[in-house]
Design a protein. Structure first.
Length: 213
């Protein structure tokens, strides 16, 4: 079976797409965003391709492309699209490691009856939880870890994004009983070269590779 990993976050806009680009590059893998909500400007798939220098054939097409930038359940309703959770019953099969990026946080509604964590629960694919380092992240991260564990979703660890907050990172690791994978710093200049350098400086890719499903 092809190795797979899910990237989710404690919130939207925290940098998990940038992290996904770096990880896809480091794994020489493929990338899949099941649901893209918002098509004005650069999509997440396009950003990953650009920042990770990923070949076009390794960027898999989204299952749902929604024009309205909103929670998928609302975006779909406004766009007149019906999202069928069963259509996401299993990820695509590819011949390389597959990085799958969710939308927003774990409990973001996919439909009015289903959240993304429900889909991840069905997959049972190991998850990397991306968390910002700013104030409030302890509560959000620990709650997200609980949401994963109550569904028996395997957890690879937490990847922090932002300025260093050593005590915050440490207490989340201790109270969350979770591996801290590393921290991706905010980059003044974000491009493929600076991202690759920062990721390889701050993360041990073998730790993540060993946990791939």
């Amino acid at each position: 079976m092809t190795s797979r990993i899910v990237i989710t976050g404690t919130d939207t806009g925290i940098g998990k797409t940038v992290f996904s680009a770096a990880l896809t590059d480091a794994l020489s893998g493929c990338y899949w965003k099941p649901v893209q909500a918002g098509l004005d400007g650069e999509t997440d798939s396009q950003a990953v391709r650009r920042l990770g220098r990923i070949e076009a054939r390794h960027i898999l097409p989204e299952a749902y492309r929604l024009a309205t930038p909103a929670s998928p359940h609302l975006s779909a309703r406004l766009d007149g699209v019906t999202i069928l959770p069963d259509s996401l019953s299993s990820p695509p099969l590819v011949d390389a490691p597959l990085v799958i990026e969710g939308a927003g946080g774990l409990l973001v509604p996919l439909t009015e009856r289903t959240v993304f964590a429900d889909v991840f629960q069905r997959w049972r694919i190991p998850v990397v939880l991306c968390a910002r380092t700013e104030l409030g992240t302890i509560n959000h991260t620990l709650l997200s870890l609980e949401a994963l564990r109550v569904r028996s979703i395997p957890i690879v660890g937490v990847a922090f994004i932002g300025d260093e907050r050593a005590d915050t990172e440490c207490i989340i690791g201790k109270l969350g009983h979770v591996r801290v994978l590393g921290r991706l710093p905010r980059l003044d200049t974000l491009n493929p070269d600076t991202l690759r350098h920062a990721f390889r400086e701050h993360f041990e890719i073998d730790q993540i590779r060993e946990a791939l499903a």
